[in-house]
Design a protein around this ligand. Structure first.
Ligand SMILES: *Cc1c(COP(=O)(O)O)cnc(C)c1O
Length: 363
């Protein structure tokens, strides 16, 4: 069986040796030494001044929305994982969908401008598939209209723009360290910001609003993560150069075998170096996609329809102007299997099946 992804696991002994310290200290959670060590290691690895390790990437989005005190209209992308939209709704905001750019598949700056009203408070954009949004154009629009910017950078571990981590962009960037993501801590996530004040606020929000053992500064939630999750992160991090390199090689292998089909692939922003965390292909029609999926499934290969449906069509979203590009792409896009232990032979087999389905369709 070849699934769309498999988590990377470090050598068992490297994880267990970190757990032995947990047993010695008997300190399992609540801002423990491994959580602190992981936060420091990640800041150093990514070149960031601030980062808070959290329970998951969804609570990261929720804390970001809360810290910026958003409660009205937020312009967002229809092409992302559902958590981008559901976090806004969960926090009492109204998502307003701006269509995506057909080349990059990220939110279109022109479409953002067209959605701005007197009620707009912020922009929540996803760097889809680890491919940066047009961050400079978005910053210009936000500055011009006095809007906050949050980036859902869940896919972006290791992605750079002009040589620096993409996590530096926006008032706040969020990331997921879920087991299916490029870098993971089993469950986990983080918020990053250049603003010490926002970081202080989110650090209280993640710990029930505590501002001292018996003191509270507003309402908070439990957004913390544990020593066991931090230990996994600390065990995975030293392998990230290798994990990232392998992922980029795998993308080139698919490119080589499937290039002649001339399928659509998201274009990278000039100056960006995406992390190849996913391998999306845009088919000419949903019909073609479904026959490719069928052919793959019969051989026990399970790609995923990331991201379908388009989020403006979620059942709890009020009727809004259509997003024709996102709606069309989401019906036709498929992510092929990519994970650390996937071999060249397995990739070859996946591409043979796709080519076979393709030839069959042409007849
Ligand atoms: C994975 C993901 C999330 C949610 O992260 P969790 O850690 O699973 O809560 C949010 N946004 C996007 C774009 C994601 O892919």
């Amino acid at each position: 069986m070849i699934p769309v992804t498999k988590p990377f696991l470090p050598p068992e002994e490297e994880y267990l040796s970190l757990l032995r310290g947990v047993w010695e200290r008997n300190w399992l959670t609540n801002n423990g030494p491994l959580v602190n060590e992981l936060e420091l290691a990640l800041k150093e690895y990514l070149g960031l001044s601030h980062l808070l390790f959290l329970g998951n990437g969804t609570i990261a989005l929720q804390l970001a929305i809360k810290a910026l005190q958003l409660d009205g209209e937020v312009i967002t992308t229809p092409f992302s994982y559902v958590a981008t939209t559901s976090s806004l709704v969960w926090e009492g905001c109204s998502p307003v969908f701006a269509d995506i750019d057909p080349e990059t598949l990220n939110i279109s700056p022109a479409a953002i401008e067209a959605c701005i009203t007197s009620k707009t408070q912020a922009i929540l954009a996803t760097h889809c598939y680890g491919n940066p949004c047009d961050v400079e154009a978005i910053r210009q629009i936000a500055d011009k209209h006095g809007l906050k910017v949050i980036y859902d950078a869940a896919h972006c571990f290791g992605t750079t723009y002009k040589g620096e981590s993409i996590f530096k962009w926006g008032d706040i960037s969020t990331v997921s360290f879920h087991a299916t993501k490029l870098f993971h801590t089993v469950e986990g996530g983080a918020v990053m910001s250049n603003s010490p004040e926002l970081i202080r606020r989110m650090s209280r929000l993640r710990n029930f609003g505590h501002d001292g053992p018996e003191q509270f500064d507003g309402v908070g939630v439990n957004g913390k993560n544990s020593e066991f999750h931090a230990a996994m992160g600390l065990a995975v991090l030293p392998h990230m150069e290798e994990v990232a390199r392998r992922r980029k090689e795998q993308a080139l292998i698919y490119d080589e075998y499937l290039g002649k089909l001339n399928l659509g692939k998201p274009a990278a922003l000039p100056g960006a170096e995406p992390n190849a965390a996913y391998y999306p292909l845009v088919f000419p029609s949903e019909e073609v996609l479904l026959s490719v999926v069928d052919e793959l499934n019969r051989a026990k290969v399970f790609p995923r329809r990331y991201f379908f449906p388009s989020l403006n069509q979620l059942p709890y979203i009020e009727q809004q102007p259509a997003c024709p590009v996102a709606e069309s792409v989401s019906r036709r896009v498929l992510c092929l299997p990519v994970y650390h232990s996937l071999t060249r032979e397995e990739q070859r087999m996946v591409t043979r099946l796709i080519l076979r389905a393709w030839r069959y369709l042409k007849k």
